[in-house]
Design a binder for this molecule. Structure first.
Ligand SMILES: CC(C)(COP(=O)(O)OP(=O)(O)OC[C@H]1O[C@@H](n2cnc3c(N)ncnc32)[C@H](O)[C@@H]1OP(=O)(O)O)[C@@H](O)C(=O)NCCC(=O)NCCS
Length: 158
C-alpha cells in the first residue's frame, strides 16, 4: 500500500498482467473478458489498459478505448482490500491522461444505477450525467447511467 509520500503509480499493462487482471475482474464483477480479448486490446494503439500494484501484486486496473476524438472508459476496478484509499482516483486520472494522449477530447462511460461508489468517484472527478440506457446490464439486471467528461483540445483555450 502506498503512503502519502509515495502515491499510487498506475502503469500501462503488459501481457504478463492479463491473468491477474482477469482474476480481479472476476472478483469484482463475476465476469471477465477472455485472455485473447485482452491480448488484442494490448496490441491495439486505440486501447489503453492501466494497472496498479502494491507489494502483494496487482490491485487495480482500468481500460478504455478511443474512437475518433471520443474516449470510452470500459472498466475500472480496485481490489476490495485497497478501496477508499485513492487508488480508483489515481487510475481514473492516469486513464484520462492517456485518452488525451490518444487524441480524445471527451470521455464517456456507463455505470450501474445501483453502483454508488463508482458514481461518486466519477461525479467527484467532473463526469456529468448524459442519460440512461434501459436494461443495459444483466446478472443482476440493471439500467446504466451514461456519464461524460469533456476537456479542451490542446489547441483550444481551457
Ligand atoms: C469504484 C471503485 C473503482 C472506486 O475505487 P476506490 O479506490 O475505492 O476509489 P477512491 O478511494 O479513489 O475514491 C475516489 C472517490 O470515489 C468515491 N467513493 C469511493 N468509494 C466510495 C464509497 N464506498 N461510497 C461513496 N463514495 C465512494 C468518493 O467520492 C471518493 O472521493 P473522496 O476520496 O474525495 O471521498 C471501487 O469501489 C471498485 O473497484 N468497485 C468495484 C468495481 C466497480 O464497480 N467498478 C466500476 C465499474 S463502472
Amino acid at each position: 500500500m502506498p503512503t502519502p509520500s509515495e502515491p499510487w503509480r498506475p502503469r500501462p499493462a503488459v501481457e504478463a498482467d492479463i491473468d491477474a487482471i482477469r482474476r480481479l475482474e472476476w472478483a469484482c464483477f463475476h465476469a471477465t473478458i477472455s485472455s485473447l480479448s485482452y491480448r488484442t486490446e494490448l496490441a491495439d494503439p486505440r486501447h489503453a489498459i492501466l494497472v496498479l500494484e502494491d507489494a502483494e501484486g496487482l490491485v487495480g486496473f482500468a481500460t478504455a478505448n478511443v474512437v475518433l476524438d471520443e474516449g470510452h472508459i470500459t472498466n475500472i476496478a480496485v481490489d476490495a482490500r485497497c478501496r477508499q484509499r485513492g487508488a480508483g482516483r489515481a487510475l481514473l486520472t492516469a486513464l484520462v491522461e492517456r485518452l488525451k494522449q490518444l487524441g480524445a477530447t471527451a470521455a464517456y462511460l456507463e455505470v450501474r444505477t445501483k453502483n454508488e461508489p463508482a458514481q461518486h468517484l466519477y461525479a467527484s472527478f467532473g463526469f456529468y450525467v448524459l442519460g440512461k440506457r434501459r436494461a443495459y446490464y444483466w446478472d443482476p439486471p440493471d439500467d446504466a447511467i451514461v456519464m461524460r467528461l469533456d476537456w479542451a483540445a490542446p489547441d483550444e483555450p481551457a
